[in-house]
Design a protein around this ligand. Structure first.
Ligand code: PLP
Length: 287
């Protein structure tokens, strides 16, 4: 396995970063998770846009141009001979001293890891997941603005711990007002009487790239889609509920907080969207 580390490709054993890297010391940095389908980078521009926007917002200068970054990813995919997999692209503030001040970190560090993906087993896409709502609140816009895909995922990890304790596969987060925002690392959609709903991102959700792809598919399929706030009550009484994300793609929930959703397995609209999504990524889904 070849890993891109600051301009060079090194083996996994040699892919090491400094203990003074502020990504390690403070979670000061950003990342992207990206899919490779048939050797192509899915929605590459969208991921790079989000990465460079996150960087600008936290005043982090990425030492590679947009084009060089694209080339570094392509080269890492080639070296690893990867047809279908996952890219983890990380830009950390880089090595500095123990102080918080980012001015002490002269150069950001860029890491690209390409790997096979451990996703849900295929039957989970039919059977659906068990999910629970959690007490952690999705941070509202400020330092942990959900629009910034930062390396600081402690909140999401606390969410994961809570869902593990409940022996659930996925969690549902709300914001401080009790409106549903997203999963631990996925966006959420619900379907009621044929209408598809997803929370607006301003409530406190990452602007997911899979979310956007699914919204476009809804339009293409003539499904009515509404971006509007909803609560756990609406989730419990929905006909279908599903999560979207780069790793998970489109996956239903069969049970949430002990309530059975719809028929207790993936519903027809969710399965239709998953099928269409997979058609798109197999055919011409890369840019
Ligand atoms: N929400 C959070 C908190 C995430 O970490 C992710 C994964 O990147 C998503 C949603 C889904 O976003 P995407 O579809 O771009 O992978």
């Amino acid at each position: 396995q070849w890993i891109y580390l600051d301009g060079q490709h090194v083996t996994k054993e040699n892919a090491k970063v400094s203990v003074f890297d502020h990504g390690f010391l403070y979670g000061d940095g950003i990342f992207e998770g990206i899919r490779i389908y048939n050797g192509n980078i899915f929605k590459c521009d969208e991921h790079l846009d989000r990465l460079y926007d996150s960087a600008k917002s936290i005043q982090l200068e990425i030492p590679l141009s947009y084009e060089d970054m694209r080339e570094a990813m392509a080269e890492t995919i080639r070296l690893n001979d990867m047809r279908n997999g996952y890219i983890r692209l990380i830009v950390s503030r880089g090595p500095g001293n123990l102080g918080l001040d980012p001015r002490r970190c002269p150069t950001a560090s860029v890491i690209i890891i390409v790997e096979q993906l451990a996703i849900y087993p295929e039957e989970a896409y039919i059977n659906g997941l068990k999910a629970v709502s959690v007490s952690q609140r999705r941070n509202l816009p400020d330092a942990l603005n959900p629009k910034i895909k930062s390396l600081n995922y402690l909140n999401n990890i606390l969410v994961k711990i809570q869902s593990n304790l409940a022996e659930a596969d996925e969690a549902i987060m709300m914001n401080a007002q009790g409106y549903v925002t997203e999963g631990s690392g996925d966006n959420i959609f619900i379907i009621k009487k044929g209408v598809v709903f997803t929370p607006p991102c301003y409530l406190g959700a990452l602007e997911g790239i899979t979310r956007m792809a699914i919204m476009e598919l809804c339009e293409k399929l003539g499904l009515k889609l509404k971006e509007e706030p909803f609560t756990m009550h609406d989730v419990y009484i929905a006909d279908e509920v599903f999560f979207t994300g780069t790793a998970a793609e489109v996956i239903a929930a069969r049970e949430i907080d002990g309530r059975i959703i719809g028929e207790g397995h993936a519903g027809p609209i969710t399965l239709r969207l998953l099928e269409e999504f997979r058609n798109v990524v197999d055919k011409d889904g890369y840019k």
